[in-house]
Design a protein around this ligand. Structure first.
Ligand code: ADE
Length: 259
């Protein structure tokens, strides 16, 4: 079972968000174990200080290394690089720092990390984290996108969600995750449900025609068109099949004419 420890200054933000939907069900069914660790529990002063002013001046506060190092040690990441102990080889968890400067978090990374046994996610905050944390304590720094958030809690939740839904059984059937967008590098096709008409806006006729082969082609056409419009970076013609390249250059498939 995958174990994820989230180290944060705002534990409530994480634990509240875990009480819903697929992640909650996965927790209930022991498909994943998620521990929320309050970084301030690893401070030793009256004010539970986890940050301080930056060396060299400038505004803002920087997260201190000591509480982080102590929390990580407690979670099984010793400070020294000694990988052996009396009981044999220690397997160290992957320690991920959420950081707008990190490498982009993508589905391929989620798939890789979903195979791990133990992951620690350290939520960055304030103006930054003492650089020695990235340099000596962390195995991966990751950004969830090119924007700056107030803290690492939302990125941590994004990572938790992406890894949890990839655990066997989390979605009900194992094939569901494979059908998701990015599993094959194309965006999802548009979906509709009842009613067939709302406010004069009708569901595409194709989806009501009952012609399954044509519906599959229509969906594929929309996947290809949407991806080339919104995410041209994901379209690699050398990775598309000849049939997809042909379809991409065709007009939208239409349902058979009704008599
Ligand atoms: N912390 C603040 N912004 C972030 C981002 N975009 N990704 C990861 N961590 C962050």
């Amino acid at each position: 079972m995958l174990r994820i420890d989230v180290v944060t200054l705002f534990p409530q933000m994480i634990s509240d968000a875990l009480r819903h939907s697929i992640v909650f069900r996965a927790l209930e069914r022991n498909l994943v174990a998620i521990n929320v660790i309050d970084l301030r529990d690893y401070t030793h002063d009256r004010h539970r200080t986890a940050d301080d002013t930056p060396y060299g001046g400038g505004g803002g506060m920087v997260m201190k290394i000591e509480p982080i190092a102590e929390a990580l040690e407690w979670l099984g990441c010793p400070l020294n690089n000694d990988t052996s102990a009396g009981c044999g080889i220690i397997s160290r968890p992957r320690v991920i720092l959420t950081d707008p400067r990190g490498r982009p978090f993508r589905q391929s990374l989620a798939r890789e990390w979903a195979q791990e046994q133990h992951i620690v996610i350290l939520c960055g905050h304030y103006e930054g984290v003492d650089e020695r944390v990235s340099k000596f304590l962390v195995t991966d720094s990751v950004s969830i996108g090119d924007y700056v958030l107030t803290g690492g809690e939302l990125p941590a939740l994004v990572i938790v969600d992406a890894l949890t839904r990839l655990q066997a059984g989390a979605l009900g059937g194992d094939s569901a995750a494979e059908k998701d967008s990015f599993a094959e590098q194309l965006l999802e096709y548009p979906q509709y449900t009842k009613p067939a008409t709302f406010n004069g806006w009708a569901v595409p006729e194709m989806l009501l025609c009952g012609h399954h082969a044509l519906i599959t082609k229509w969906r594929r056409w929309h996947q290809l068109k949407l991806t080339s419009k919104h995410r041209p970076d994901l379209i690699r013609e050398d990775l598309l099949s000849a049939a997809d390249i042909k379809l991409l250059n065709e007009p939208e498939p239409v349902p058979p004419a009704t008599k």
